[in-house]
Write a protein that binds this ligand. Structure first.
Ligand code: SF4
Length: 585
């Protein structure tokens, strides 16, 4: 971080804007660079960026305010964000936060007066298998405990540069516990691309369709259909986007694929590009995974050198495609494909009204295929091994395998790959979970399953999931989970539509009221009414799914709510007697 003055600021912004090519769609990437250099995006920096790009100042300020990882005021030289996922809490996050704040003499959410350090929370950092975790100036620190917190506090007080900190703080393990056809196999570089050239795009598209591959981020849209729709459009300009914004609490399997298998991801994207006729692609990387940015860019450089990206791929005239990695800036809603595209275009990540869908009107309003990391890996494998190989695994409606990110109360958290159709019970057995009370599948937006449902199967036709699998044993209070998710959604709502903006906030207040022991039966009814409105009237999936965990826990673990209620009679939310008493005093 530089402390250079305003003249330097102007020169710097002009230079990076020139380097980037003066395309307003690069706004977010420029703001990252400004923040990297100056520690925050000042009002003056916003004005200069707006001027250089020729965009309204409101667009620049709107972006800075929208994204959690962009700041309009200075932060500490060291910024520590503790992961606020429920599984981090289960591992003692709150007491670590208190210990850290005490050691550094700072409050959570604040910057110390001398500007040395800021401490705050981050939504799930994607390290639930090795929590409690934190981001320290964007670097993932794992397996925190009081001793490590002491060491971190000492290093900060000694102003030790982060590059000199012991490597043990920043070790991120893959924790692969079970491999199947995807993790248990490899692909020779370029083999999927040779397969497309050898068999032709139509044949490979037919194989992808016949394989039954569906979007593995959780939505489950048929991949072959999506690619065919894009291919059939009349536009000469099309795009391929890889959604690496896995922000669903408890999901970290894309982190492992990005770290271990970037070539297969890029290969899958390039196969897609050849089939749909795209020349540009983007991998949208969540800001929490910024520590992988340099290695991903290095793999892209190697692929260009090897003739697997760029002009004349594999020496083939007319086969040109390149990929750029674009960094998100901390917004869960950007996992939704249309919000992701808005973010990719340098705007606030607000979900678009659909239809039209991105496949016809996506990035730059052009036909765009958006698929998840795992989907592109599977597509690359199908291009080489064929539809029959893939379709032989799984169930009728869910072919192939699924990577699960297992965390919470179990002996062996980590990545488990299974053919679709595996039971919840089998996963629990394999990960060493005992005395299990509930499993939250598919993250905060997913569903909470009680013991009577452990014979249900992971599959689109039964329990669909993007990969999150969080285990809760009988010593847990499921209301803690409901409360954590209620806070998560209130924080992550993009604020565009009223049912979600107001609904998530009211829902959080109601759940807090119950947790504090001040709730009444009428509050529970209000939670139901509010949730129904959010489900029916929200603009995108975030608002529509926000009540899921609360409804599930109300239905399946109603006793945890009942025992916290203040009384079984009516209690107004506003205590008139107490308020007027304060006024009389
Ligand atoms: Fe934004 Fe929530 Fe509305 Fe989606 S539902 S557009 S996240 S306010």
């Amino acid at each position: 971080m530089s402390s250079s003055g305003p003249d330097d600021l102007g020169e710097f912004i002009s230079r990076v804007v020139d380097q980037q090519g003066r395309d307003p769609l690069d706004l977010l990437q420029i703001l990252h660079q400004v923040q990297d250099r100056y520690g925050y995006v000042s009002a003056e920096a916003s004005e200069r960026v707006a001027r250089e790009f020729g965009v309204p100042l409101g667009q620049v300020r709107g972006a800075v305010e929208f994204y959690a990882f962009l700041h309009s005021s200075p932060r500490g030289r060291y910024e520590i964000l503790l992961s606020d996922s429920i599984t981090d809490h289960m591992l003692g996050k709150q007491s670590l936060m208190e210990h850290l704040c005490h050691r550094l003499g700072v409050s959570a959410g604040e910057t110390r007066a001398d500007g040395l350090v800021s401490v705050g929370n981050a939504s799930c950092t994607g390290m639930c298998d090795q929590g409690p975790a934190a981001l320290i100036n964007g670097n993932a620190a794992t397996n925190l405990n009081p001793e490590r917190i002491d060491e971190i506090a000492d290093l900060i007080e000694a102003r030790e540069p982060l590059s000199d900190w012991p490597a043990k703080f920043f070790q991120v393990r893959n924790n692969i516990r079970r491999k199947d056809s995807l993790l248990g196999s490899a692909l020779d570089e370029g083999s999927a691309l040779w397969a497309v050239l050898e068999h032709g795009e139509e044949t490979v598209l037919r194989e992808i369709t016949r394989s039954g591959l569906r979007g593995l981020g959780g939505a489950g849209f048929k991949t072959g259909t999506k690619w065919a729709l894009c291919r059939e459009t009349s536009s000469p300009e099309r795009y391929v986007v890889c959604n690496a914004d896995e922000g669903e609490p408890g999901t970290f399997k894309d982190r492992v694929l990005l770290q271990r298998d970037p070539d297969r991801i890029f290969e899958g994207m390039t196969v897609c590009a050849r089939i749909v006729g795209a020349q540009e692609g983007y991998l949208y990387l969540r800001s929490e995974y910024r520590h992988m940015l340099a290695s991903l860019q290095s793999v892209l450089r190697q692929r260009r050198k090897a003739g697997l990206l760029g002009e004349r791929i594999l020496g083939m005239q007319g086969f040109s495609f390149d990929i750029d990695v674009r960094l998100g800036a901390g917004a869960y809603v950007c996992g939704e494909e249309s919000a992701l595209i808005e973010s990719l275009e340098g705007k606030r990540g607000v979900a678009r009204v659909r239809p039209p869908f991105p496949v016809t009107h996506g990035f730059r309003n052009k036909p765009t295929v958006v698929n998840n990391v795992e989907t592109f890996v599977a597509a690359a494998m199908i291009a080489v091994r064929g539809a029959d190989w893939f379709a032989a695994m799984g169930t009728d409606e869910s072919k192939g395998t699924k990577l699960l990110s297992v965390s919470g109360d179990c002996e062996r958290p980590g990545i488990y790959e299974y053919p679709y159709g595996v039971t919840i019970r089998q996963v629990l057995e394999d990960c060493g979970a005992e005395n299990t009370l509930a499993v939250q599948v598919a993250g905060a937006a997913g569903h909470c399953l009680s013991e009577s449902e452990f014979d249900r199967r992971i599959a689109f036709e039964d329990v669909p999931t993007g990969g999150s699998f969080m285990v809760f044993n009988r010593e847990r209070d499921m209301l803690d989970m409901a409360r954590n998710f209620a806070h998560f959604f209130a924080h992550e709502s993009c604020g565009f539509c009223t049912p979600c903006r107001v609904g998530t906030s009211l829902m959080k207040n109601l759940v807090d009221k119950v947790c504090a022991g001040n709730g009444t039966p009428s509050d529970l009814k209000e939670i139901r009414n509010l949730g129904a409105v959010m489900r029916g009237a929200s603009q995108c999936g975030l608002g529509a799914t926000a009540p899921n965990a609360i409804f599930d826990t109300l239905d399946k673990f109603s006793e945890v709510y009942q025992r916290r209620l203040k009384s079984t009679g009516f209690e107004p939310a506003f205590d008139l007697e107490a308020a007027s008493g304060r006024g009389r005093a």
